[in-house]
Design a protein around this ligand. Structure first.
Ligand SMILES: *Cc1c(COP(=O)(O)O)cnc(C)c1O
Length: 425
């Protein structure tokens, strides 16, 4: 993981997780309160599915609605201009967050899913034809598989799949072997939502670029854990979702190199994205506006700005060091449980631990640990081909965020012990 900044132990030591936790109102609530029985403290280990929001984000969004809210890019009135300025400022903030070269390379979408669909539809339909090959990896989220399969059904493109080894490491040699003159697009996760594997993004892009092939990275699980620099990676497209970055739902981000975005036709038509409309013909604005038809999620964009400010105030390297510490500790503690198998042990992985327990269905693990207040994800994690690769249908997944603690790891481990005892496993 060359392109991700290495962390120092001293960062983890100076990180005041209790102060961080105080920023998240939900973390102080109890769950499963029953008559006569006090509830259990919430142990939230499901940030990989969606992260909680700090007070700074919640307040920025309500303050915006109370004080500055209006539709944007239309009105001449005071509030519309004010809302427009605040909205546009966040685009710049996102550009700096990814080290994108300019604001107009940042497109706001409804989700990471929509961002990938935008590229598959707009770029894919225009520039890919029958027999052209698109390379994905076996550890893609369904959001980075199904849009390409829709294109396959429509255009007859061919999908090639890069394997991972038993540790979950991306097989760079196999990838290099799949690249050929037929390859016309590469779309790979930057961090697996199941294995935690961080892919060698810069190398993936370099090899594709040798053949003039553009690369999209799905960074939904990467930006939340580590600094990401799209120029250093040399990503052509980079996608992430905001609700996992401590911001609101309903908003995703697409970064695209401007010369590529400029060549791409609109994905959806409507207001705001047009230059002039007549029944003889309509002309479109330049990117990113071309790809933002209709009223965008204005309040959510303000929330994203606050989320970026929040993450940067803690320091992305400090967050990474803290989460690495949790990952190491949790891996070590869980590994001591007999019959527990961790899926994905790639060096440099993100703070995500998927596991199975001999003789126990993952849904039972999830249900029982929940009785102890421990929230984990169980199921196929929107990555069914990967489960097949590791010979498991479903699995349990604990994912860590900037607010988790070693004590919460202990709570997870003791609740999994209780599962083992319950099943005599
Ligand atoms: C969550 C996730 C997505 C989809 O994000 P949405 O917000 O649901 O669109 C895509 N890829 C990865 C790796 C994810 O973790």
């Amino acid at each position: 993981m060359v392109e991700l900044t290495r962390t120092r132990d001293s960062d983890a030591l100076s990180y005041d997780v209790e102060r961080v936790r105080a920023d998240f109102p939900v973390l102080s609530r109890l769950v499963h309160e029953r008559k006569g029985k006090p509830g259990k403290p919430l142990v939230y280990l499901d940030s990989g599915a969606s992260a909680h929001k700090p007070r700074q984000v919640i307040e920025a969004m309500s303050r915006f609605m109370e004080e500055d809210y209006s539709n944007i890019h239309r009105g001449v009135h005071f509030l519309s201009q004010r809302a427009t300025d605040r909205f546009d400022a966040v685009r710049g903030k996102v550009a700096r967050f990814l080290n994108a070269p300019s604001d107009n390379t940042i497109v706001f979408t409804r989700s990471a899913t929509e961002a990938i669909n935008l590229v598959a539809s707009s770029y894919g339909r225009t520039f890919l034809k029958e027999g052209d090959e698109v390379i994905l990896s076996v550890m893609e989220h369904h959001a980075n598989i199904v849009p390409w399969q829709l294109l396959q059904a429509e255009k007859g493109i061919v999908i090639k799949v890069v394997p991972v080894d038993d540790e979950g490491v991306f097989d760079l040699d196999a990838y290099a072997g799949l690249l050929s003159d037929r390859t016309k697009f590469v779309a790979i996760t930057h961090c697996s939502n199941v294995l935690g594997t961080v892919t060698p993004a810069r190398e993936i892009a370099r090899l594709a670029h040798e053949r003039g092939v553009p690369v999209l990275f799905d960074g939904s699980q990467a930006v939340v854990h580590r600094p990401v620099d799209v120029q250093e990676i040399d990503a052509d497209f980079y996608v992430f979702t905001v609700h996992k970055l401590y911001g609101p739902t309903g908003l995703g981000v697409l970064y695209g190199k401007y010369e590529l975005l400029k060549k791409m036709p609109p994905y959806q038509g409507g207001g705001d994205m047009i230059e002039a409309v007549s029944f003889e013909g309509t002309t479109f604005k330049l990117p990113p506006t071309r790809f933002e038809a209709g009223t965008p999620p204005i309040t959510e964009v303000i929330g994203l700005g606050a989320a970026i400010d929040y993450v940067e105030s803690l320091g992305r390297e400090a967050i990474a060091a803290h989460e690495d510490d949790l990952l190491k500790y949790a891996t070590q503690q869980l590994s001591q449980l007999e019959g527990l198998r961790i899926l994905g042990t790639a060096p440099g992985k993100g703070p995500i631990i998927s596991f199975t327990l001999d003789g126990v269905h993952p849904h039972d693990i999830g249900t029982i640990v929940d009785q102890y207040g421990v929230a984990i994800r169980v199921g196929r994690h929107c990555a069914e081909p990967l489960g097949e690769r590791f010979g498991v249908g479903a699995s349990a997944r604990a994912s860590f965020g900037l607010y988790n603690t070693r004590a919460e790891v202990d709570a997870l481990v003791s609740s999994v012990r209780a599962v083992k005892e319950f099943f005599g496993a």
